[in-house]
Design a protein around this ligand. Sequence first.
Ligand code: 5RP
Length: 261
Amino acid sequence: MDWGMKNRLSRIIKKDGHTVMLAVDHGYFMGPTTGLEKLDETVKPLLPYADVLMPTRGALRNYIPPETDIPICLRVSGGTSILNETNLLHEGIVCSIEDAIRLNVSAVAFSILVGQPFERDTILGFTQIIDEANRYGIPVLAVTAVGRGLGKDAKYLSLASRMAAELGASMVKTYYCKDFEKVVETCPVPIVIAGGKKIPEKDALEMAYNALQAGAIGVDMGRNIFQSTDPVGMIKAVNAVVHKKYTPKEAYELFKSNKKT
Ligand code: 5RP
């Protein structure tokens, strides 16, 4: 592996082997997502507790000051909106590597939709971006997005995650599920979990903890942080699970105590 690629990966995966990625890329297909209407105001207080920020290029340019000291994992896939039900997440390349380099990113993220009629399109866009990104030492995070009608179970998620790794992903973002260790064991590259739709804070912390216990290296979490009743408290608690080995109970106590401090 080239020095540049290793250097970028070391900015994403911290010395303890773990990472807290803050996903704020939702606008590329969901528009002004609840909690991100004023993305700059939401993100600013969360940055001290995030290791990596995952935005779109438009969000980065418009909402994040260039002097911000945080590695960027740039969303480079897209092409459909939540209004397009039949083609939901039928994604292609929406940002060139040239622009990603201009934005000084540490990684790029691309969704594949394994099992959908249009899976081939997403996979070919994915491998194209891998070739282009890797040429310049930029790692690619595969997002194993789950389309309608496909289960978020270990059988499906290990198929999609392993495919992503075999096709050249440097890291995989997938969903937590029962028997998650099977997904981790059969995937040769590091895995982070997505948060998914907003669930109670206690449950989200337990999910993050269980994922770490099963071998995930961290989280790439969005809605369960920025849609929390206390986003700063929540990211502090998630960070404590990922980097300080807090149990879900300890982390939830930290979350609850944050507002009082
Ligand atoms: C879509 C995505 C999202 O844009 C986002 O990154 C997901 O984060 P979360 O589920 O934690 O809100 O990856 O596939």
